[in-house]
Design a protein around this ligand. Structure first.
Ligand code: SF4
Length: 706
């Protein structure tokens, strides 16, 4: 008889699909994977990546033993070494001389203790995450508009909408199961309109009624134009604006200032006027509209403004807090949202509180029993590695991520780590590009061994449950962090399991979170005394989970009350900005980077599945036929791409899905897999000044046959 399946969660994208894993041979790590029919994110469906998870859980390429300077060692020695070196550096140079760079692959419990150690006890906010590269602009957009990093929508809204606008999102490849929900909604309701706004004609366009192949970087201008159009055509929801919003007048004035002539607006966006008019007419006329946006919006030097330009249109038309309506950002990673909840970004404290609010710092300090809680923002990802490069940071601990591949100006990360006095890397993989620079390697448990929670892009907390015992000497990330914290002399890190950490995280989210203290009810305080058995059986549930919302909260703001101090949503005046670096005669093409259907991040897991590798077996550069003809390129030839920051080689893929003047290269290839295929080496490191998110979609490059 087969054992009962173990319910867990896919570790790849932010859709957060439920999985049922049936062990065939636990010793040999053989497991049968299928979708969990009861999980509300996917109802049994899995995409190609989730379905092949069973091929990726072998011990191939696993880091299984701690190492110091290339020599294997025992845990006690490794932990003592890390704790002693961190303590010595902090004693000599202060707490801001060290940093953590963590990951949306960590579980919420791992994130919670890493944040508690750095911000609560070391006393610096130098902890940032690779989620900075994917959704930090969306966080700024939500915080500015709603007073909290609060995603208003649920997947159900996609099924109830009359119009779905996908902006800067190839959901068909990057969030496949969410996309399949949209596809099925369209099939069962053909009157549902789908508009895709994207310079590229991606697979997402297959179901679109209208594809707007916008000029790269013009999204804020387009949504400003929409706001002006809503006002001109009497399509505003005046009652909603007056009762629930503020600062509408300056936002409208800014929008009208840059969109006073419709034909000029369409031309500036690179669009046919009748196509743009069609989108505006649908948005104005249809009552239920969801705008779905992703990295094409966020990865920009003005990404935060682009997010608020979208949100402004939803506020102005009252299309928020209602079934089938709202601005819905698609988070990239499985637990980027969990990291946001516990304050895993350098500019957040914990439980949606702020570093720069003395009341919040005092509250968290009393809760944690620490008088050295950080009270100013730390270094965001690009700044953090700049500080490693220029010697301000003497020690960096990198957890479950591969910045030598994924960061912009990636060769600079190599140089920075090369000369850093202490590089600690904890990972489940043995030979990433980043581990090559580690003085200390700490073996962490992998997906199939982890035990804790993740939160998906619709705020749904789901359990990741272990399928196997930890391999070799691998230990959970939360355990490694807590062991180091204890050896540094800090109290409050003696957890016995992840349920204890989850309980504390839930308690902090509700601590002094009431009308008397004037803060939000955006918490999961209902779990503050959750028992181990309840944690083990925890069903998927949407944040917030409070005494008045014990079964979670599907949709936010349905009562028209927002998380700002005054309870109103804020319009943000937007002055659109072009990409920071313009193309020129030397670098005439705009390089866009992104994901492939069958790969994940830097391929440390997905490359283990032969089926996934067959989709796109090597780095490619997509180029329009007119550009290819002009440059004398042939299909499948080799090209060299060069920017001001680096170069790479890629196989030429001539396709009309690309606009003339633009190139697309996937982000996944590492130096290990393809010595000249790391696109991060080319990507410019300019960031959004508010979110710190890099402009990974727009780097000027040149291309030549190789
Ligand atoms: Fe996993 Fe995302 Fe695919 Fe779902 S859509 S199976 S979460 S990769």
């Amino acid at each position: 008889m087969n054992p009962s399946p173990i319910k867990t969660t896919c570790p790849y994208c932010g859709v957060g699909c439920g999985i049922e894993a049936t062990l065939i041979d636990a010793e040999k790590h053989i497991v049968n994977i299928k979708g969990d029919a009861q999980h509300p994110a996917n109802f049994g469906r899995l995409c190609s990546k989730g379905a092949t998870l069973g091929d990726t859980v072998s011990l191939e390429n696993r880091l299984l033993q701690p190492e110091i300077n290339g020599q294997t060692t025992d845990w006690d020695s490794a932990l003592a070494h890390v704790a002693d070196r961190f303590s010595a550096i902090i004693a000599e140079y202060g707490p801001d001389a060290v940093g953590f760079y963590v990951s949306g692959q960590l579980l919420t419990e791992d994130y919670y203790v890493a944040n508690k150690l750095m911000k609560g006890f070391i006393g610096s906010a130098n902890i940032d995450t690779n989620s900075r590269l994917c959704m930090s602009s969306a966080v700024v957009g939500y915080k500015r508009a709603f007073g909290a990093d609060a995603v208003p929508c649920s997947y159900e809204d996609l099924e109830q909408a009359e119009l779905i606008v996908l902006v800067g999102s190839n959901a068909a490849w990057c969030h496949p199961i969410a996309f399949q929900r949209i596809r099925r909604a369209k099939e069962s309701n053909p009157s549902l309109k789908i508009v895709v706004i994207d310079p590229r004609a991606t697979s997402t366009c297959d179901i679109a009624d209208l594809h707007l192949s916008i000029k790269p970087g013009m999204d804020a201008l387009l949504f400003n134009g929409l706001l002006a159009y809503l006002a001109e055509t009497g399509s505003l929801d005046r009652d909603f604006i007056d009762r629930h919003c503020q600062d509408f007048v300056p936002a409208l004035a800014a929008a009208q200032a840059c969109a006073d002539d419709f034909d000029d607006l369409a031309t500036a966006c690179g669009l046919a006027a009748h196509d743009l008019a069609q989108l505006f007419a649908w948005f104005a006329k249809l009552k239920k509209v969801v705008t779905v946006y992703s990295q094409g919006i966020n990865q920009s030097s003005s990404g935060s403004d682009k997010c608020n330009a979208i949100i402004n249109c939803h506020l102005a038309s009252g299309k928020i807090g209602k079934p089938g309506s709202g601005p819905f950002s698609l988070t990239g990673q499985p637990n980027a949202m969990g990291g946001r909840e516990v304050g895993g970004l350098a500019n957040m404290l914990a439980a949606h509180m702020d570093l720069e609010n003395p009341l919040h710092v005092d509250r968290v300090g009393r809760f944690w029993g620490s008088d050295r809680v950080a009270n100013r923002q730390g270094l965001k990802a690009v700044e953090l590695f700049d500080a490693v490069a220029d010697g301000r940071l003497k020690a960096v601990w990198i957890m479950a991520t591969n910045p030598v591949v994924s960061m912009p100006d990636a060769d600079k990360i190599k140089r920075a780590l090369q000369q850093c006095p202490l590089v600690v890397v904890s990972d489940c993989i043995a030979n990433t590009d980043t581990l090559a620079f580690a003085h200390v390697k700490l073996p962490a448990t992998g997906w199939s061994e982890k035990d804790g929670t993740v939160t998906n892009l619709e705020r749904r907390i789901s359990r990741q449950r272990p399928l196997f015992a930890p391999s070799g000497q691998a230990r959970p990330d939360w355990w490694i962090i807590c062991q180091v914290a204890q050896r540094m002399g800090f109290a409050g890190f003696d957890y016995q399991n992840s349920a204890e950490i989850f309980r504390e995280h839930a308690a902090l989210s509700g601590f002094e979170n009431d009308s008397e203290h004037g803060i939000r009810d955006f918490d999961i305080s209902a779990f503050a005394s959750i028992e181990q058995s309840q944690f083990d059986a925890l069903p998927p549930i949407q944040w917030p989970v409070t005494a008045t919302a014990m079964h979670g909260t599907a949709r936010l703001f349905s009562d028209g009350r927002f998380y700002t101090e005054h309870g109103k949503a804020c319009f943000i005046p937007i002055n659109p900005r072009a990409p920071f670096h313009a193309t020129d005669a030397e670098y005439p093409f705009t390089l866009n980077t992104g994901r492939l259907r069958d790969q994940w991040h830097t391929m440390t897991r997905t490359a283990l599945a032969a089926k996934l590798n067959s989709h796109k077996p090597e780095p490619t550069v997509e180029i329009h036929p007119a550009d290819a003809l002009r440059l004398g390129f042939r299909q499948r030839g080799l090209a060299k791409l060069t920017s001001r920051w680096g170069d790479m080689l890629a196989r030429i893929d001539i396709t009309v899905s690309q606009q003339p003047g633009s190139l697309f290269v996937p982000m996944h290839w590492t130096g290990q897999l393809s010595s000249r295929g790391r696109v991060g080496a080319l990507v410019n490191p300019v960031v959004d000044p508010l979110s710190g998110q890099p402009e990974s979609k727009q780097t000027p490059v040149r291309i030549e046959a190789w």
